[in-house]
Design a protein around this ligand. Sequence first.
Ligand code: RB5
Length: 151
Amino acid sequence: MIALASDHAGLPLKKEIIELLESMNLEYKDYGTYTGESCDYAIFGQKAANAVASCECERGILCCGTGIGISLAANKTKGIRCVVCSDCFSAKMSREHNNANMLALGARVVGGELARMIVEIWLTTEFAGGRHQRRVDQIMAIEAGEDLAAK
Ligand code: RB5
């Protein structure tokens, strides 16, 4: 199950992503917003992030104008590694090396076709593990309050 969320600016792109997920036969849950009325991205980013952090959804895809605000909001939830991507290489690496569990896209940054490619790559690339697991563990240790810099 993929968690989706957007603000008003990201809504048109989220609709394109919904079409893509349906064509890939992937299940999703849309945590809003559902209308073009101006709203605050942090609320919707947190709703989708909670769904991923609680394992109700395996991954999440977020859209706002730039992808930045909603990703910053999502990353405040424990367990979330949300990346903003505007290119296919970063999307692939964010899975292979960083085990990103949420992807954020900027509707005012990427066109629909590029966004579809990014999403497809991001959803189908597996985490490589190995030395990357250690590094991801370090990121999560920082989140848990460890002071890696003091070691
Ligand atoms: C809304 O105008 C815009 O600020 C928002 O969608 C996002 O780009 C913020 O990071």
